[in-house]
Design a protein around this ligand. Structure first.
Ligand SMILES: Cc1ncc(COP(=O)(O)O)c(C=O)c1O
Length: 432
């Protein structure tokens, strides 16, 4: 398959569906461009007018195995024929139990699992767990972070103040610390010193305003997702972890976007040789079926039956999809994400030399950000134009953060398909 756009966008059928949506859908839905999917196959999506797009967004970093993967379909169908739902919060059943065992095996022995349906829901569970277990009221999070939009998760989210506007007061006890972004360093830091400056800032907070012994946990995205695919400087995370340990503060790794193989390892923290006390997984875990998992160290499991629960979390069909996804990840997709991701990153860095408005190209595995503008001047205008032009040329990409475009294709992307995407991006950049 190849990208092929045959109608003006949106095409006539897409236009009609979008107009119907205008009449009944909540105005809070964002529509970055007028794409109306009809069917998918592999890394391609066809819209309702027969236009074919190469998908570098994967339903916001979700569709690990692309569209309609036969192994996922087979697992889903087989489980749906047995039962879809019996409520795992009340009754143990095999597909979800064995998924828990499998996740523990992957993350590390001595963890326990609670299943939810979405990232935000698992973050809520994490907030409750760390407060319950430690008896400490405060939570730390980073500016630029995105942890979801339910009220607890939103209290941690700080990637855009627009997400929070009008919903306050949010959860009390959340304190934000600037994220050490080396491209646009906070706190007046030089890029090479940004990690040090942020750690000093945190220590300063502990000395002056926030008693560390009252802090339950710090929530961390190992690579910020919605904030713009921002990597912390090398060596920052181990030092942060050591600082937290000194104060008995738990580390919650929000691997909703980075996890399930996207960076080339099952968890992004594995690249750092670090372990978190709590992990949150969602998005890519079940190839598009709603499933999230909270994994926490056994010692933190002091909460009792009924302290937390959910009707749908750990639904059996989603668990079956997760099993098939894990089979595929273990069968080569993580390795593929690493290799094709490295190829894309190298080629994009080459492009950066030819297109100076690309201020930074960064990423790991198939989680790549292109930042438009310079440290001094973000160019969201160019980024937005690039997103639209890519769409018109048959490539689906999504904005993230103040001025970045993110590439988060399905992990089945081949080198040839990656090269197709690069060709479109080259054409987009030439016409910017
Ligand atoms: C890192 C991270 N955490 C949490 C969430 C929230 O997940 P959900 O949209 O499934 O509630 C997201 C969603 O983008 C995310 O990227």
């Amino acid at each position: 398959m190849k990208p092929s756009v045959r109608t003006p966008l949106p095409g006539p059928k897409a236009k009609e569906l979008l107009a119907r949506g205008e009449r009944v859908l909540s105005p809070s839905y964002v529509r970055p461009y007028p794409f109306v999917p009809a069917r998918g196959e592999g890394v391609f999506l066809e819209d309702v007018d027969g236009n074919v797009f190469l998908d570098f967004m994967a339903g916001i970093a979700v569709n690990t195995t692309g569209y309609a993967h036969p192994k996922v379909l087979e697992a889903v169908r087989a489980q749906a024929e047995r039962f879809a739902h019996v409520c795992f919060s009340d009754f143990t059943h095999e597909p979800t139990l064995s998924l828990a065992e499998r996740l523990v095996e992957k993350v590390g022995r001595g963890y326990r699992v609670f299943f939810g349906n979405s990232g935000a829901e698992a973050i809520e569970a994490a907030i409750k767990l760390v407060r319950y277990h430690t008896g400490r009221p405060y939570l730390l999070a980073f500016t630029g972070a995105f942890h979801g939009r339910s009220l607890g998760a939103l209290s941690l989210t700080a990637s855009k103040s627009a997400y929070r506007k009008g919903f306050g007061p949010l959860l009390p006890g959340v304190v934000h610390v600037p994220f050490p972004d080396p491209f646009r360093p906070p706190l007046g830091a030089r890029p090479e010193a940004v990690g040090e400056v942020v750690l000093n800032h945190l220590e300063h907070l502990f000395r002056t305003a926030l008693p560390p012994e009252e802090v339950a946990a710090l929530f961390l995205e190992p690579i910020q997702g919605e904030g713009g695919y921002v990597l912390p400087p090398e060596g920052f995370l181990p030092r942060l972890k050591a600082l937290l340990e000194r104060h008995g503060i738990l580390l919650v790794a929000d691997e909703v976007q980075t996890g399930a193989g996207r960076t080339g390892r099952f968890l992004a923290l594995e690249h750092e040789g670090l372990e978190a006390d709590v992990y949150v997984l969602a998005k890519g875990l079940a190839s598009g079926y709603p499933l999230s998992a909270l994994l926490f160290r056994e010692e933190l499991g002091s909460w009792r039956p009924g302290a937390h629960g959910t009707t749908f979390g750990g639904q059996a069909v989603a668990a079956a999809a997760a099993h098939a996804t894990l089979d595929l990840l273990e069968g080569g997709l993580m390795e593929n994400a690493k290799e094709v991701g490295a190829f894309l990153l190298a080629e994009l860095k080459g492009m950066q030399r030819r297109f100076p408005f690309l201020g930074e190209v960064r990423g790991r595995g198939l989680m790549i950000g292109l930042d438009f503008g310079s440290p001094e001047e973000a160019r969201p205008d160019l980024r937005d134009k690039a997103q639209r032009l890519a769409f018109e040329k048959g490539l689906l990409v999504l904005a993230a953060g103040p001025s970045a475009l993110r590439l988060a294709p399905p992990l089945i992307l081949s080198r040839e398909e990656a090269a197709m995407g690069l060709e479109v991006l080259e054409a987009v950049f030439r016409s910017l």
